[in-house]
Design a binder for this molecule. Structure first.
Ligand code: DX5
Ligand code: ZN
Length: 228
């Protein structure tokens, strides 16, 4: 299974987003953190910026909505040009309906869990999703320390994906770096968001390559990645 590296532009220079997108050429997706200062105590960007960024780069956009009322707003991010839209289950009134709407509009539908939200109650929803995001920090800010107490949840989520024979991607976000990415991959993650570890590096494209190499090696050695 191929691993994917998604640099988070939260740690980029917001005045130079088009250049910052080019600085991570080779990345699979650009991770765009949308925060509304209600669901999380921080404010970033919205639909108009996503629209402009989608025009400015060929790298597909992975929009992570840390907002209240995603049922109302998420479809607009698909229209703005996002190829994947992640909503938080804690904020969604009707997650199944919302995932179906995102898919119907032509994007990948993804659902995120905050650290204190378990995966088990959502087992039956997994077939409705293209990706599940297990947050490895409390959402809201870049540069926080990785919560390794999330590793068992990543493992259990990977087991559920296997149990149901799904193609679902498993994303981790928060504190992912050279020091933590291998543990995430071994536990079962295959899509890795990295903000400060990429944009804080001297050469962001190089950081993407290095993270990918680490994640690939760790995935190759992981039991969940075996076909037999
Ligand atoms: C945090 C955001 C992350 C953030 C990660 O709430 O969802 O995407 O950019 O930043 P790092 O990789 O620095 O922890
Ligand atoms: Zn994020």
């Amino acid at each position: 299974m191929a691993v994917q590296i998604n640099p988070s532009i939260l740690s980029a220079d917001f005045a130079r987003l088009a250049e910052e997108a080019k600085a991570v050429q080779g990345a699979d997706w650009l991770h765009v953190d949308v925060m509304d200062n209600h669901f999380v105590p921080n404010l970033t960007l919205g639909v108009p910026v996503v629209e402009s960024l989608a025009r400015a780069t060929d790298t597909p956009l992975d929009c992570h909505l840390m907002i209240e009322d995603p049922d109302r707003w998420a479809p607009q991010y698909v229209e703005a040009g996002a190829s994947s839209v992640t909503f938080h289950v804690e904020a969604a009134a009707a997650p199944v309906r919302l995932a179906r709407e995102i898919r119907a509009k032509g994007a990948r539908a993804s659902m995120a869990l905050k650290p204190a939200t378990p995966i088990e109650p959502y087992e039956d929803l997994l077939p409705e999703l293209d990706m599940l995001l297990v947050m490895t920090v409390e959402p809201g800010f870049g540069g926080q320390a990785f919560l390794d107490i999330m590793l068992p949840k990543i493992r259990r989520t990977r087991e559920l994906i296997g149990k149901h024979g799904l193609q679902l991607w498993l994303q981790v976000d928060g504190g992912v770096s050279a020091a933590t990415i291998e543990r995430c991959a071994e536990a079962g993650a295959d899509v890795f968001v990295a903000g400060s570890a990429v944009y804080g590096a001297k050469d962001p494209a190089d950081a993407v390559r290095a993270l990918r190499a680490q994640a690939e090696a760790a995935t190759a050695g992981a039991s969940w990645a075996c076909d037999h």
